[in-house]
Design a protein around this ligand. Structure first.
Ligand SMILES: [Zn+2]
Ligand SMILES: [Zn+2]
Length: 181
């Protein structure tokens, strides 16, 4: 259909017209498209979906929202949960996240939070504080993590001395904010 063709081309044309603006919007996970109705051009925001999932592909998630926050967490629980030296978490409104295939399994990692993972391949996927309306998805499970650079460190007291990553970013210790985000 003609209208669908126009919509698919519009982000490219828009980028040609204003490269800087287009890049900044793309970083936020948002594209602008234009709709043509009876010779009127109406610019409106359309949010690009963010998708990801586990290594075996049986657990997939999708959200249409840009993350509210992206951070490194150096706490020992995140190290254990990911098997990595720190976790990188992107926080989204829980109500806007959908598990688009099977549901993940959950492990109760502390008295205040649980961790989602794939019960088939073991990939860690998310953490959720009890009663919170935000879920922290592990950035490494995104199909395209590149646009979502972390903006701060959390649990910095747990950082391993030889972990040297983006030390210029703001950092908080766990005691300052026991249940972040
Ligand atoms: Zn899996
Ligand atoms: Zn942590």
């Amino acid at each position: 259909m003609a209208s669908e063709t126009y919509l698919s081309l519009t982000p490219f044309l828009f980028a040609m017209a204003n490269t800087v603006f287009s890049v900044s919007l793309a970083t936020a996970g948002i594209f602008f498209v234009s709709l043509v109705e009876e010779n009127e051009v109406i610019a409106m925001p359309v949010q690009r979906s963010i998708q990801g999932g586990c290594q075996c592909g049986r657990i997939r998630f999708i959200t249409s929202q840009a993350p509210l926050d992206v951070n490194y967490c150096h706490c020992s629980m995140c190290r254990r949960a990911t098997g990595g030296l720190f976790a990188t978490l992107a926080w989204f409104p829980l109500e806007h996240l959908a598990w688009s295939s099977e549901q993940p399994a959950w492990f109760r990692s502390s008295k205040m939070a649980g961790r989602a993972f794939c019960p088939h391949c073991g990939t860690p996927l998310a953490m959720l504080y009890d009663g919170s309306n935000q879920i922290g998805l592990l950035l490494g499970s995104f199909d395209d993590p590149l646009p979502f650079a972390p903006t701060h460190h959390y649990g910095i007291e747990g950082r391993l001395a030889w972990v040297d990553i983006q030390g210029h970013l703001p950092a908080r210790i766990t005691e300052d904010d026991p249940a972040p985000h």
